[in-house]
Design a protein around this ligand. Structure first.
Ligand SMILES: NC(=O)c1ccc[n+]([C@@H]2O[C@H](COP(=O)([O-])OP(=O)(O)OC[C@H]3O[C@@H](n4cnc5c(N)ncnc54)[C@H](OP(=O)(O)O)[C@@H]3O)[C@@H](O)[C@H]2O)c1
Length: 329
């Protein structure tokens, strides 16, 4: 089944990028844990009074989150943008403010840190209203679970899972009928990977959590969407040496396409959105094929069962970005 090797769409080997910004380190070291979410940009425009809808987007610095921010600004939402790359985040806020009319705020916040998540929950509780929560921040480690430090894997879980759960809990308490939560999951939640065990499991959690929450919040008129992208052009794959091109049934999408399809799915009241026809086909294959076939494909198609000796024949020539430069506080 050679074309099915292309199913490593479900195997996102990517790299942590916790700390590319020296600005972030400096900013964070200058602040106590009470101000763990540091405001790095605030427009002078009046906003956040409750007259316009308010949208909070995590991981708005780049990629899918930045596109959500633009599409929500175009719908006249005041924005609260979250990320860690201080300079890039402030640039993004400035750019959105120049293109659209609402007020924009940007908060530097490392969602891996409990004090940062607490500070953000505090910010959410102070908002006059909250109409959109987009839990989008995320990254992959691109390293096998047992070969990585537990500290790094724990940080990954904190961003992919704790942050989504904590922010959703705080936001749901603030939301009124008509509000919307979007949780950015991944097709990888249906897949398996030898180098992304925590990533795949966390995304499976995000999808399942969103589906149950959609049932729970429907009587209150609050929508919940799980967005499951496949390969998407963004900063997510910036350390990935593989060519970013379509192969077999794998089709890359732009972050704008992904966000646009998600917004349409929200309008239609959907609970799950898999953007892109090719991704929907991959999803069906992952669901319909016997699991042992999926394991074989993901292990490189060489052996009938997964074992320690199964060679990793997937296309992965990335190098590991270590936590050496991670924000120190
Ligand atoms: N690209 C794909 O192929 C793909 C496929 C399926 C699912 N996804 C999911 O889509 C979501 C968005 O990713 P993307 O593709 O748009 O990649 P991206 O361009 O790298 O965006 C990821 C965003 O998450 C933020 N982020 C990462 N770690 C963070 C932390 N500890 N605290 C706060 N913010 C953090 C980053 O901002 P800073 O760097 O400023 O912190 C950035 O804005 C992720 O949840 C990812 O798992 C992506």
């Amino acid at each position: 089944m050679p074309s099915l090797n292309a199913m490593n769409i479900l195997d996102e080997y990517t790299h942590i990028d916790r700390a590319q910004s020296a600005y972030y380190n400096t900013m964070m070291s200058e602040h106590s844990s009470e101000t763990a979410a540091v405001e790095v940009y605030r427009s002078e425009r009046p906003g956040y009074t409750g007259e316009r809808p308010i949208a909070l987007i995590t991981g708005a610095t780049s990629g899918i989150g930045a596109e959500f921010a633009a599409q929500l600004a175009a719908r006249d939402c005041d924005l609260v943008l979250i990320g860690r790359r201080v300079a890039e985040l402030a640039d993004r806020a400035r750019e959105l403010e120049a293109r659209f009319t609402p007020a924009v705020r940007a908060l530097a916040c490392d969602l891996a840190l409990p004090e940062c998540r607490d500070a953000l929950v505090g910010e959410i509780r102070k908002l006059a209203r909250l109409d959109w929560l987009v839990n989008n921040a995320g990254y992959g480690r691109g390293v096998a679970f047992t070969e990585d430090s537990y500290h790094e894997q724990r940080a990954l879980l904190a961003v992919l899972l704790d942050a989504v759960t904590e922010l959703t809990h705080a936001a749901a308490g603030q939301m009124r009928p008509g509000a919307q939560i979007v949780n950015v999951s991944s097709l990888a939640g249906f897949g398996v990977s030898r180098r992304s065990a925590v990533y795949c499991a966390a995304k499976a959690y995000v999808t399942s959590f969103s589906e149950s929450l959609a049932l729970e919040l429907a009587p209150r008129g609050i929508g919940v969407l799980a967005l499951l992208p496949g390969y998407t052009y963004s900063d997510f794959h910036r350390y990935d040496a593989r060519a970013r091109r379509n192969r077999g049934i794998v089709r890359w999408q732009t972050a704008a396409e992904v966000a646009r399809e998600a917004m349409k799915a929200v309008e239609r009241g959907r609970v799950i959105c898999i953007p892109g026809r090719a991704n929907r086909l991959l999803y069906l294959l992952a669901k319909l094929l016997p699991r042992r076939v999926v394991y074989r494909i993901m292990a490189g198609g060489e052996q009938g069962r997964v074992s320690n000796t199964t060679p990793d024949t997937s296309i992965d020539t990335t190098s590991i970005h270590t936590n050496r430069d991670a924000p120190r506080r």
